[in-house]
Design a protein around this ligand. Structure first.
Ligand code: TNX
Length: 545
């Protein structure tokens, strides 16, 4: 279990399961190969082996599933076979790292032999991220045209094994994978999750762990919200006070923090190893109090405001009329672009309530070309559609079902003019919204977002006058005004995040709440084995302890 984990749950499911396991071990039931799937140590019901996970009990739902034949069983003799490509080898090592601790098997990686688990790169119809998985008594073969597809196929394989495979101590198995074929390609190219490290700062290890969890659901973008009124979290060598002063605190007045460039590169490297691209955001021209507090010259009146530790929005603005503002923006964009192997740079642009419309347009007209100058594509919150989005820009829509038509029409117009669209409707995808009125953490300004509400909508027809083909994808933001512990991030993200991941990946034809909630329930034991402190939403038929 993760050392970062702080369980606040009053029902410690994981420890109960482990307790039952110990009891079974002590009574000799180990020798039968049976595994207990529930019960408390007091009740000690007869242990039973985990059932075979049906081939379609995966999140995101695979595009095509054809069950056939008998299962494959991972045994002490199983090899992981690769063809010699270095990327494939890395994915094999990743898979072995997942499977070895819980199975206790050696699972050697080899380029010869027969059967076992084979990862195979080969041209095929599954595109840049899709894959095919064939399973039968002789072995499992994951085939993909690109390494990202193999990696996603490995996530499917992982979910077809019992949830206890995620444990970091030896479990009992059996480790069976149902027989048949899956063919899978994503619906959308952009399947994102955003983490706000500004309102509260989260260190490199926490971000890496979040990345690992995103990967399990085939999320391929990590958007990091690196600056806001309450904190500047990324080192910029040419403006060092951004972090030394602007990064020194957080909401509530606690200690802040920031990523050095080495820290940030480590996050980017780890994300790449999980086939996620990091999209950095510096929010401008609003949401900039931390920068304004660090450098008086960025303020129109040359007076630096104090640091801010509250949770209001919309009160700060860079000074659009000063040249130094654009020197600052260029330095930040240049240094951030140099840290970013990915294509995109997010420049914020939301809630600039203290910037006049003319200043906002001026600012965006001058800053967007800087992003292009350093080789990146602009991403911005949808208020950018009130200015002139740069060619090829992506607009991130965070309005709601009830957001007025003029704003939606502006977004539709921008999309008609060539902008891409990422859908993050606040009343569906915002992971910081409370589940119910009783949720201790989170906000509720957009809506109470229960598990069904997060899942039960279609990105393909969400915005009027935007054709399904113009949608680039979906993203689930996790704002952190009320969240300061890693376990709190987990509690808000799980179980809603997998629903957004599924909307991003699975064909619309698979969309069905009643079927989804059964697949979601099957994730519960997996999260317990991973030590994820999830919200056991009553709408979901979780397996009983
Ligand atoms: C709105 S949505 C914001 C954030 C807040 C969030 C809280 C958007 C682009 N801006 O500044 O953190 O609401 O839910």
């Amino acid at each position: 279990m993760s050392p970062l984990l702080r369980r606040r749950d009053t029902t410690p499911r994981t420890s109960r399961l482990l307790g039952a396991l110990l009891l079974v071990a002590a009574t000799g039931a180990l020798a039968t190969g049976a595994v207990p799937t529930g019960g408390t140590a007091d009740a000690a019901p007869a242990p039973r082996p985990p059932g075979l996970t049906p081939l379609d009990r995966v999140i995101p739902a695979p595009a095509v599933v054809r069950p056939a034949g008998g299962p494959y069983t991972v045994t002490p003799g199983t090899h992981i076979r690769v063809d010699g490509d270095p990327e494939t080898l890395r994915i094999a090592e990743y898979l072995a790292d997942v499977l070895r601790p819980s199975t206790g098997f050696r699972l050697p990686i080899t380029d010869r032999g027969y059967g076992g688990i084979r990862l195979r790169l080969a041209d095929g119809p599954h595109g840049a991220e899709g894959y095919r998985l064939d399973s039968g008594p002789d072995g499992v073969v994951v085939t993909a045209g690109k390494p990202a597809g193999l990696f996603h196929g490995v996530q499917t394989l992982r979910q077809l094994l019992p949830g206890t495979v995620e444990a970091d101590t030896v479990q009992l198995g059996p480790w069976r994978v149902a027989g048949g074929t899956i063919e899978d390609t994503p619906r959308y190219a952009w399947r994102g999750a955003m983490l706000d490290v500004s309102r509260h700062f989260f260190g490199v290890d926490t971000v890496k762990e979040y990345i690992d969890r995103l990967a399990l659901y085939k999320i391929n973008k990590l958007h990091l919200h690196l600056s806001d009124d309450q904190g500047w979290r990324i080192a910029v060598d040419s403006w060092p006070r951004l972090t030394s002063h602007g990064g020194s605190t957080a909401v509530g007045g606690g200690a802040g923090g920031f990523y050095t460039k080495a820290d940030y590169r480590e996050i980017v490297r780890h994300a790449a190893s999980r086939h996620l691209e990091v999209v950095p955001e510096v929010d401008m021209p609003g949401h900039t109090n931390a920068a304004l507090a660090s450098y008086p010259e960025l303020n129109c009146d040359d007076v630096a405001p104090p640091l801010y530790t509250g949770i209001k929005v919309g009160f700060s603005s860079l000074c659009a009329g000063k040249d130094v503002t654009y020197d600052f923006a260029e330095d930040v964009v240049r240094e951030l672009a140099a840290l970013t192997p990915g294509r995109y740079l997010h420049i914020g642009g939301d809630e600039a309530h203290s910037t006049s419309h003319d200043d906002y347009v001026t600012f965006m007209d001058r800053v967007q070309p800087l992003v292009a100058k350093y080789g990146k594509t602009v991403v911005a919150w949808h208020q950018l559609s009130g200015a002139t989005p740069a060619k090829g820009a992506l607009i991130q829509y965070w309005g709601m079902d009830r957001t007025g038509d003029p704003e939606k029409a502006r977004v539709a117009e921008a999309v008609k003019n060539g902008a891409g669209l990422i859908l993050s409707p606040a009343d569906r995808t915002y992971l910081d919204m409370k589940y119910t009125e009783d949720t201790r953490l989170g906000l509720s300004w957009a809506a109470l977002v229960d598990v069904r509400r997060a899942y039960d909508w279609d990105p393909g027809d969400y915005l009027p006058d935007v054709p399904a083909s113009a949608v680039t994808g979906v993203e689930a933001p996790l704002w952190t005004e009320t969240l300061s512990e890693p376990g709190e991030l987990e509690y808000m993200a799980f179980p809603r995040l997998p629903g957004i991941a599924e909307l991003g990946w699975s064909p619309a034809a698979t969309h069905d709440w009643d079927a989804y909630k059964v697949r979601l329930a099957a994730q519960g034991p997996r999260w317990e084995a991973m030590g994820i402190d999830y919200h056991a939403a009553p709408q979901v038929p979780w397996p009983r302890d």
